[in-house]
Design a protein. Structure first.
Length: 156
């Protein structure tokens, strides 16, 4: 009896301590989840000019939570989406728009040519191109500082 009671007392003491100190053992999880929701919603607002529906948000958040996707992957998915692509007049215009939307400046003609070559090399795979582009932007530090998209270990 004494042996069984001791673990219960330890758990009770820890619970009381957390409650007394106002500690929330799930706070880091909730903070990250809330941040992920805000960042994903920001991608939709920024690139699609609308809020995501619940059916669009859930798969992204699940992938982030499970570790099967990074925030960069989610951003690439939005940039490679049919909805985003349809805002432009073809692949060259899509590349120009993606560069402009992500790094907030007009691309140089050589940049557009290089990313067109990349798109051709991956046989028109917009997702692969968007992922490569975002990786290059992050590696080169070309993102505007006030974007609210901080890199973390899941962005790789």
């Amino acid at each position: 009896m004494k042996t069984l009671l001791r673990p219960c007392l330890v758990v009770l003491a820890a619970s009381l301590a957390c409650g007394a100190l106002g500690a929330d053992p799930y706070r880091d999880f909730r903070d990250r989840r809330d941040r992920d929701e805000d960042v994903v919603a920001g991608f939709y607002q920024r690139y699609l000019q609308r809020s995501p529906g619940p059916g669009e948000m859930r798969p992204h958040l699940r992938s982030l939570r499970e570790g099967s996707a990074s925030l960069r992957d989610v951003e690439a998915n939005v940039l490679a989406s049919r909805e985003y692509f349809d805002r432009f007049r073809g692949e060259r215009d899509w590349i120009r728009g993606m560069i402009n939307d992500v790094i907030e400046r007009d691309p140089a003609p050589v940049e557009v040519r290089n990313w067109m070559r990349h798109l051709d090399s991956v046989r028109g795979d917009r997702l692969a191109t968007a992922k490569s582009f975002l990786e290059a932007v992050d590696v080169n530090g070309d993102r505007p500082a006030d974007r609210g998209h901080r890199r973390d270990d899941r962005d790789r």
